[in-house]
Every structure is written in structure tokens, then in C-alpha cells.
Write a protein that binds this ligand. Sequence first.
Ligand SMILES: NC(=O)c1ccc[n+]([C@@H]2O[C@H](COP(=O)([O-])OP(=O)(O)OC[C@H]3O[C@@H](n4cnc5c(N)ncnc54)[C@H](OP(=O)(O)O)[C@@H]3O)[C@@H](O)[C@H]2O)c1
Ligand SMILES: [Zn+2]
Ligand SMILES: [Zn+2]
Length: 347
Amino acid sequence: MRSTTGWRADAAGTLRRAALSRRELRADDVAVRVDYCGVCHSDLHALRSDASGPGRALVPGHEFTGVVTAVGPEVTAFAPGDPVAVGNIVDSCGECAMCRAGQENFCRSFPTLTYGGADRVDGTTTLGGWSREYVVRDRFAYRLPDGLDPAAAAPLLCAGVTVWEPLAALGVGPGSRVAVVGLGGLGHLAVKLAVALGARVAVVSRSADKARDARSLGADTLIVSTDPEDMAAHRDGFDTVVDTVSAPHDLAPYLSLVAMDGTLVELGHLGPVTVDMMDLLIGRKKIASAGSGGRPATAAMLDFCAEHGITADIELLPSAEVNTALERLGRNDVRYRFVLDLADLDA
Ligand SMILES: NC(=O)c1ccc[n+]([C@@H]2O[C@H](COP(=O)([O-])OP(=O)(O)OC[C@H]3O[C@@H](n4cnc5c(N)ncnc54)[C@H](OP(=O)(O)O)[C@@H]3O)[C@@H](O)[C@H]2O)c1
Ligand SMILES: [Zn+2]
Ligand SMILES: [Zn+2]
């Protein structure tokens, strides 16, 4: 086994520095020195559910960038020294219809998640990117394009691709009217990507004080979701509404913003919802969801971001401050993504 160091949750969900093991490289494996890893709201959900669950001692982190340090004998796409990025999927069956269609994120036997998943070869629980080294199957590492700051690019691998896939699948482009609900990690990247695709973009937020940020991200309006008049003024106004709200909530107010034949894309809260069909009937509206991205979409998203100079707006913290980052994320005190610098694990 290879030895490394990372941040592992204790039974109360507090992250503690811990010695970790990584597998010896298989023929198609790549070893990555993890330099930067984002803090996603899903990490917070996982830690909270884990604390009261079976105590799997999670090592979270599923959007990271770093440098290749070693490759297995069959790896041809990467060599030591290459800058790479890894997201929240590290393996899939490779054979089902979804995998063959390049949608490994929908693999019929479920993709192997970057942490808390079961390795497809030896069954061990995967440990995430809040650690100094990760070993990943070559096909789930992506070359980080030149020109993207590696710290600010890390969140593209979860937050970025999660919003990219539905925008691309729905054909968002010039002339599209897009509203993004919740200006957080996913939301601010959805704004940047939709604007770069040519759409007119509005932000829907509880916080009127995010209006200036919304405009500097390229949106032309901020709709205050807690103001019924403001919401009513934008009724039926958007072809695509991307909902990134992290807590369970009523969809009706956001469905009211969807134009005829338009789509509400639910990305934030992934549990059961109650919908009044009349809210869909009137205007022939649709509800969709998505999560993460397949390999082709992930590579395309990275190329698009390089071409348009898109990365996340980040607050970079030494990884030793991970518990502060989580606590602040939990009270919505982030503009707009925390990224951990893992170099302090060398000390
Ligand atoms: N589908 C997927 O594959 C996928 C991938 C990654 C993350 N997620 C999920 O997506 C959600 C967002 O993740 P994130 O990392 O972007 O989180 P985040 O940075 O915390 O952003 C979430 C935003 O939602 C809004 N919000 C939070 N609580 C709310 C409430 N009670 N009512 C209304 N709005 C609320 C806030 O925006 P305002 O202050 O502007 O109102 C907040 O900035 C999380 O639930 C996460 O687990 C899903
Ligand atoms: Zn995530
Ligand atoms: Zn599959």
C-alpha cells in the first residue's frame, strides 16, 4: 500500500488529520498529488448523515486538481508531471448502455464515487480528495487545460460539470432565458457558464445583497425569492430554471418562473418532492434533474472553461482549516466556493 495523509471524519463529523493508505498502482492507474480540492455542499450533507449513521469515517472531497506522480504500465494518456483534475466519479462498469453513451454518471450498476463508494476491484471504501494523494483509474482523470488556475478550477469538477450537463443537454445558447436559483457554489458557476453560452441570465436569491455579485458574474437581474411581487413580475419568464437550493423546499414558486414548454432543473435537493400537476399543466412545463457528468461532457466542459476563462470564485484555505470551511458553508458564509490547499499536509 501507498501511504498518505488526509482529513478523516470522526464519529461527530469533525475532520481530523489521519494517516491513510492508497492502493498500489494497477496497470491503468494514475497516482495524483492532490494540490487543491473544493468543499461542496454535498460533503456537508454526507458528513451530517454519516455522523448519525454507521460511522464510516469518511474522507470527503470530490473536486480536485493536482499533478500526476506515477502511472501504471498500461497508461498512455498521462505521464508524471501532467496537471490533472478528478471529479466525483472514479469508475463505472464501462459496458452498460449509459456507459457506452458516455454517461458514466448514470451507469446502470452505479458509478464508483470518489469517496464513500466501493472500489470495483477489491471492494474497499473509496477515500476522497481531502488528502495529499489519490490513486484513480486513468479514464476518470482529466487533463487540466493550460491557462486555468488549478485552485480555482478544482470546483469545475463537481459544481461546474453538474450545472454544465443540463445547460448543454437543454441546448442553452444565444436567445435562451435562464434563471439560476441559489447563488452558491453550483449557482455562481451556472451563471458564468450560461452567460458564456450566450444566454440572458437572472439570479434568484434570498439575499438582495448578492445583486452586485450577480451582475459581476454576468447576470442582468437579481430576483429576490422572498419578495412575492418580484417573483410575480418574472412569472413565465425563463426557458430554463436551474435550482441549486441545498435544502428541501417548495418547487411551486420556481415553477412559476418557467416559461411555456420550459424546464425546471432540480440539482440541489435530491430527495422526494411534492408537485401540484396543475403547476406543470398550465404552460406544459417540465421538471428535470441531473448530477455530475459523463466523461465526454466533463472534458467538453473543461475545454469550454479554458476557452472562456471560466473558473470558480474561491476562498482558498490551508486544509487544516477544513472544519472552519464546513462550518461557514453551513451558514451560507461563502462567496462562492471554499477550496482547500493540501500542501500543508506535507508538514
Ligand atoms: N446534482 C448533483 O449531482 C449535485 C452536485 C453537487 C451538489 N449538489 C447539491 O446542490 C446543492 C448546492 O450545492 P452547493 O455546493 O452549490 O451549495 P452552496 O454553495 O451552499 O449553495 C446553495 C445555495 O442555496 C441557497 N439556499 C441555501 N439554503 C436555502 C434555503 N433554505 N432556502 C432557499 N435557498 C437556500 C443559497 O443561495 P442564496 O443565498 O442565493 O439564496 C445558497 O448559496 C447541495 O444540496 C448539494 O448537495 C448536487
Ligand atoms: Zn459536489
Ligand atoms: Zn455502466
